[in-house]
Design a protein around this ligand. Structure first.
Ligand SMILES: [Zn+2]
Ligand SMILES: [Zn+2]
Length: 313
């Protein structure tokens, strides 16, 4: 599974978001986008580029939420460079301290910038299984993302959470309470969401993919069960892990739900017919090619993952 991280997260277009726009430049002069998507909630939109692209470290949506007393950062990007740009952007918006760095799951594009935020007062927060998952991935991260980690390409540079969420946890940023929720296995086995009660904004991260094809790295049935729960709720704003921030809920969930449901139904049917995995991988879901960016790179892996889950039902 780990060897496929390099294939993970590859898309093809820039995103734009409404609201206040703040930009900062890195040493290469590239503007670092940042938008206020709800009062006090800032999102940096990841770019859709292939892994081979120099910006492969900046493919995930990251950002922060500002309370009266302090700030919570949510995901830190796929390199020290991106983490630093996020921190610089944050400092251009507020001088309040970062009290929490919340990681939504174990994938590299969401956690490798953590080290930049390491300081005595900042607590790192994640799913109850995230610390172990990061420890297990540490060697892979250091080896595979050596350039992206730079001087931090060592065990101390992979910063795992110490505040672990087993079910739910409330974090008070000062007149602003965030409700964190750890989910059963879905996109990964370390998925965590953040609800800002003040604006009813749900930071859903990679439990929602928009535009680019969802990447299944946990459980297909688990992910669909999470979707069933989420679509019963009402949210003003939703921040996906990849793709634009949206506000038409649960309508925005439909394409992903349709894709995952198609996988479940068609793979189950082929297994019942006695088909081998190789044939199923070649045939299921090929007609959905037009609907998703990066179908070519991720779809077959999704089918393989789902097949291994469903064949023992
Ligand atoms: Zn991601
Ligand atoms: Zn992910």
């Amino acid at each position: 599974m780990k060897s496929n991280f390099k294939l993970y997260c590859i898309v093809t277009a820039f995103l734009s978001l409404p609201g206040l726009n703040v930009t900062a430049s890195d040493t290469t002069g590239t503007a670092f986008n940042l938008d206020e998507v709800a009062p006090g909630i800032y999102v940096h939109s990841g770019v859709h580029v292939p892994f081979e692209d120099p910006q492969h470290d900046d493919i995930a949506n990251t950002g922060f939420i500002i309370g009266n007393d302090c700030v919570a950062v949510i995901d830190t990007g796929g390199s020290v460079r991106v983490g630093q740009q996020l921190l610089d952007s944050l400092k251009s918006v507020t001088d309040k301290p970062v009290c929490y760095v919340i990681n939504t799951h174990v994938h590299f594009d969401h956690v490798l910038g953590n080290v930049v935020f390491k300081s005595g007062d900042t607590k790192f927060v994640g799913h109850t299984d995230l610390a172990d998952a990061m420890a297990a991935s540490s060697g892979f991260f250091i080896e595979e993302f050596r350039d992206d980690l730079g001087e931090y390409a060592n065990a101390d540079g992979i910063v795992a959470p110490t505040v672990l969420v087993e079910d739910t946890l409330e974090l008070d940023l000062g007149d602003r309470v965030l409700l964190l929720k750890a989910w059963p296995v879905a996109h990964t086995h370390t998925d965590l969401t953040v609800l800002d009660r003040k604006t009813n904004t749900l930071w859903l991260a990679d439990l929602l993919f928009i535009e680019r094809i969802p990447a299944l790295d946990g459980s297909l049935k688990g992910w669909l069960a999470v979707i069933d729960q989420l679509e019963k709720e009402q949210y003003a704003t939703i921040i996906p892990g990849h793709g634009p921030v949206v506000s038409d809920w649960p309508e925005d969930l439909k394409p992903q739900k349709q894709y995952l449901t198609m996988l479940l139904e068609q793979i189950r049917k082929r297994i019942a017919e006695g088909a081998f995995m190789e044939e199923v991988v070649e045939t299921v879901g090929e007609q959905e090619k037009q609907d998703w960016l990066l179908h070519e790179q991720h779809h077959k892996r999704n089918v393989t993952k789902a097949f291994t889950e469903l064949e023992w039902e």
